[in-house]
Design a binder for this molecule. Structure first.
Ligand SMILES: NC(=O)c1ccc[n+]([C@@H]2O[C@H](COP(=O)([O-])OP(=O)(O)OC[C@H]3O[C@@H](n4cnc5c(N)ncnc54)[C@H](O)[C@@H]3O)[C@@H](O)[C@H]2O)c1
Length: 340
């Protein structure tokens, strides 16, 4: 397998999870870091066990021909600019969510990507989590039959105790509770439902707690979705809750149901009066050191080697989820159902 040299764009919290996950894959290493604040190359090389060049000029890092791919870990509102520059420089791209703060920016990224010979990996890494790998295999084995109702909800109190709070409270870099963090749940719901969304209706509100007062946008929303195959779904995105992190899943189908890490299936003849337990690790923390980046990045580098787009989290997969999110936020804003 070819060895891929990776440059990091934006050196903050999430980058400290990307670097070890990239280095742990058997085919890639972080060899460069671009940060607006000057970084100590010798210290970082020692910390991450290999030579790392540091840059304060993104164009200079992108001009380095030894770099094959970049990982965009900067603030959300900088993602489109950094993505477009990297794609034009011919670098393969790992990019953090959200891809962009508006559909217009997403369209611009898609346009540039069309003409660039590069592959992409969007950090909707929950698709690679134990919770959703197991959930998806229950669905794919037909154990739930045809799913006609699904809900995946995101409950994570993003208050002053969480590093992102300092920029996440701003409309320009947070956007909405669904875009900034609930996007993981909406994306997981689309993974489970396997049909195109035809329309969405969304409502939003906010906590009365003064802890969440700095937010420039509403911090709780609920979105009802209609799918092309007749199924319906729901996604709550709650970043102003005071409770443990909870990634709730409830899927209801013609042969059974799945609730978080439990299920019942007529196909297996399990006892309908009691849930049967699934062996999985539930997503239970917003801590980036706990996220399944390593298996996601490994899948990306293997796809690069095979000259293919990666499964599950390419730009095309993630763009589909973002378009549903933008439509949901428009629905909440305008008090109207939005068709896709
Ligand atoms: N997938 C996930 O579960 C997950 C988890 C945490 C963060 N994230 C995402 O990762 C991204 C970064 O979040 P974070 O928590 O690391 O934030 P952070 O504030 O810790 O780090 C962001 C870094 O980017 C740098 N930066 C911003 N603009 C820059 C620019 N123009 N040039 C150079 N550097 C720039 C900042 O200086 C900062 O060091 C966000 O998009 C966030 O949504 C995703």
């Amino acid at each position: 397998m070819k060895q891929y040299n990776v440059g990091i764009i934006g050196f903050g919290w999430v980058a400290t999870a990307h670097i070890p996950a990239i280095n742990a894959s058997n085919s890639a290493r972080v060899t460069a870091i671009y940060s607006s604040r000057p970084q100590n190359a010798a210290e970082l090389s020692a910390q991450y066990g290999g030579p790392i060049k540091t840059y304060t000029d993104l164009d200079a890092m992108l001009a380095d021909k030894s770099i094959d791919a970049v990982s965009i870990c900067s603030y959300p509102d900088k993602h489109p600019e950094h993505f477009i520059k990297a794609a034009k420089a011919g670098k393969h791209i790992i990019i953090e969510k959200p891809l962009a703060m508006s559909p217009k920016e997403l369209d611009a990224m898609e346009k540039v990507l069309k003409d660039a010979n590069v592959k992409t990996c969007v950090c909707f890494e929950c698709r690679y989590s134990s919770q959703f790998q197991v959930t998806k295999s229950v669905i794919d084995r037909g154990l739930l039959g045809k799913i006609h109702y699904g809900e995946v909800d995101y409950y994570h109190g993003i208050g002053p105790w969480y590093g992102q709070f300092r920029w996440n409270t701003e409309k320009k870099s947070g956007g909405s509770s669904l875009l900034t963090a609930g996007c993981h749940a909406l994306d997981a719901l689309l993974l489970c439902m396997e049909s195109e969304v035809t329309e969405v209706t969304s409502y939003d509100t906010r906590s009365q707690s003064k802890i969440f007062k700095p937010y420039e946008y509403t911090t709780t929303s609920v979105t009802i979705l209609k799918f092309k195959n007749g199924a319906i779904g729901k996604c709550s995105a709650v970043v102003d809750c005071l409770q443990p992190y909870y990634f709730h899943t409830h899927l209801v189908g013609s042969e059974g149901s799945l609730l978080d890490d439990k299920f019942h299936s007529m196909k297996l003849g399990t006892n309908k009066a009691k849930w049967s337990q699934l062996s999985m690790k539930m997503l239970d923390s917003g801590d980036v050191s706990d996220h399944p980046y390593q298996s996601q990045f490994q899948a990306f580098f293997e796809a690069l080697d095979a000259g293919k787009e990666m499964a599950l989290t390419s730009f095309a997969d993630a763009a589909r989820s973002h378009r549903v999110i933008y439509a949901a936020d428009k629905s909440a804003r305008t008090n109207k159902t939005v068709k896709l």
